[in-house]
Design a binder for this molecule. Sequence first.
Ligand code: CA
Length: 218
Amino acid sequence: MTLILIAEDEHRISAFVQRGLESAGYSTEVVDDGARALERALDGDVDLVLLDVGLPTMDGFEVLRHIRGQGSSIPVIMLTARGSTRDTVEGLDAGASDYVAKPFKFDEVLARVRSRLRENVSTGATAIAYGDVSLDILARRATVTGREVDLSAREFALAEQFLRNPGQVLSREQLLSRVWGMNFDPGSNVVDVYVRYLRGKFGHDRISTVRGAGYRWE
Ligand code: CA
C-alpha cells in the first residue's frame, strides 16, 4: 500500500489531510517536526512526503535539502504560504517535486499526490541525447561533448523538456506546467530566469527565443 508521510505541525491541517488521503485509499503517517520528518522520509518505506515549510527543529527547506543530499528522489510536495514566491522558488530549487499553497482545498492536494506518484512509476527512458548534449535521467547527469555540466534539479528538468522536444517551440506556459508542475503565476519570469541559466551552462546559441511564442532548443 502506498504510504504518504505528512510532515505538518498544525494538527488541524494534518488531521484534515490525513482523513482525506485515507479515504482516497492511501496509508498515512503524521510527524510534527522536521528532524523526525527527515528520518522517516529516508527510511525507505515512505512513497511520498507532504512537507510543511514551517516546522519545529528543522524547517521544510532544510529537511528537503538533506533528503536530496542523501541521494533520495522520493517525491516531495511542499506546503507553502500562499503568495510567497520566495517559498516556492526556494522549495523548487531545493528539489521539491511540487507545491501546494496554503490555505488549500483537499482536492488540490489529492491531484498533486496522484500526479507525482504516477510520474515516479512511469519514468520511462533513462537517457536522452541530442547532438553533443546528453542527459542521464537516473543519475541526473548532463554532459556536453563528454564534459559534465553541473545543473540544479530544476535546471535539469528544464533541459530534459528541451531535449525531449528539440527543434520545437515550447511556450512559457508549457514549460511552467511541465517543469514546475503547477499553475504558477503566469506573470512569473521563472522560465526566463532558468533559460538564462541553461544558456550560461550549455552555450547561448542552443536555446532560441521565439518572440511571443516561447523557446526552442536548436
Ligand atoms: Ca507549520
